[in-house]
Write a protein that binds this ligand. Sequence first.
Ligand code: ZN
Length: 143
Amino acid sequence: MALSKLDSLYKAVVTDHTKTPHHRGLLPEQAPHTLHNPTCGDVLSLSLELVDDRIAAIGWDGDGCSISLASASMMADSVLGLSVTDALAMAELFSQMVQGASDPRQKELGDAQFLSGVSKFPQRIKCATLAWNALKDALAEGE
Ligand code: ZN
């Protein structure tokens, strides 16, 4: 019973982010980083602005399955305002979570923590991590 409750919560949160994506739309002044997930056909572009080593603004755009788009929306919520170090730690936490690891700090991911169920569907892991990988790329270039 607990599992089906979690399952419906997961669906509700994903649907919410798919219908009303947060921070969708690239930042006009920043060069976007675009990544593809060929196994599903997802495309995701991410732009961000760093001020004093913090993510002061973030925007994304993409085309693909609902998990890839919902994950981008959740990721942007999770990392906006964080320092580069903290944002990279979040990306690592997320990556371990969708591979099945359990960690109390996963609560810090906000809505993104509800994607933990993706660990049961190996083909969807790349969909869920696409936005986070784009984030890592963008941060690596920003440094
Ligand atoms: Zn996908």
